[in-house]
Design a protein around this ligand. Structure first.
Ligand code: CTP
Ligand code: MG
Length: 225
């Protein structure tokens, strides 16, 4: 079987409130994007890694070539547009499966990625890494209207792993229909494809705010020691 990876890395990182996109912030001696690509690079089952970068991005070109499988394509307006551009760039390759992983999640464990791939391939259906919600969840605006039962609530992580053609078709159709798509699974759910929930480590955080960055610095120093 042929597996490709797609890394959306074309965001501006507005919630991080720094001058340049957050994926180029350094942790220890490398940028966040390099840490993420190093993790994916450990998966020998990947034959291509397509990174979606912004058209105005001058940082990506300046990175050392990390892995011979890495190529770049232009990102789009939203994350889903960036992912779709990368999927379209893979049309010639016709991978069987695609593994989509946020540039902003350098902490993912190799073991979790391997488990996700193995379980999905074995069952012939797509899935995502996800973590059961641990907190008590409130719904409301300024005051709590209710406490939402958390038994069936999961936090969606990445990687998200789906059959290539099905994901490409679902994303194209969902975007054509102006469906709000915040991850690959939301397009697959909308298109009524199965989305397996594969329990993953909750320290696979998406670095979004300055607090996340501080936590990621600690977690990476722990992983590397
Ligand atoms: N992303 C992308 N293309 C976009 C928007 C986001 O490829 N048009 C990528 C980001 O680079 C990131 C991932 O999708 O790796 C998850 O998005 P998010 O954490 O929201 O990153 P940003 O959009 O950059 O941050 P913010 O929403 O705070 O501006
Ligand atoms: Mg965003």
């Amino acid at each position: 079987i042929k597996i490709a990876a797609v890394v959306p890395a074309a965001g501006v990182g507005s919630r991080m409130q720094v001058a340049h996109p957050k994926q180029y912030l350094k942790i220890a001696d490398k940028t966040i994007l390099e840490h993420t690509l190093n993790k994916l690079g450990q998966l020998s089952e990947l034959d291509k890694i397509v990174v979606a970068v912004s058209e105005t991005d001058d940082y990506f070109k300046a990175l050392p070539l990390l892995d011979a499988r890495v190529t770049a394509v232009n990102g789009g307006k939203e994350r889903a547009d960036s992912v779709l551009n990368a999927l379209q760039a893979l049309a010639q390759d016709k991978p069987d499966w695609v593994l989509v992983h946020d540039a902003a999640r350098p902490l993912v464990s190799l073991e979790d990625m391997q488990t996700l791939i193995a379980q999905c391939v074995a069952d012939g259906e797509g899935g995502i890494l996800a973590a059961r919600v641990k907190d008590t969840i409130k719904r409301g605006d300024t005051h709590s209207l209710e406490t939402v039962p958390r038994e069936q609530l999961w936090q969606a992580l990445t990687p998200q792993f789906f059959p290539y053609q099905a994901l490409k078709g679902a994303l194209e159709q969902a975007l054509d229909n102006a469906v709000v798509i915040t991850d690959e699974a939301s397009a697959m759910e909308w298109a009524r494809h199965p989305v397996k929930l594969v329990s993953g480590r909750s320290d696979n955080i998406k670095i979004t705010t300055p607090e996340d960055y501080d936590l990621a610095c600690f977690l990476i120093s722990k992983q590397e020691s």
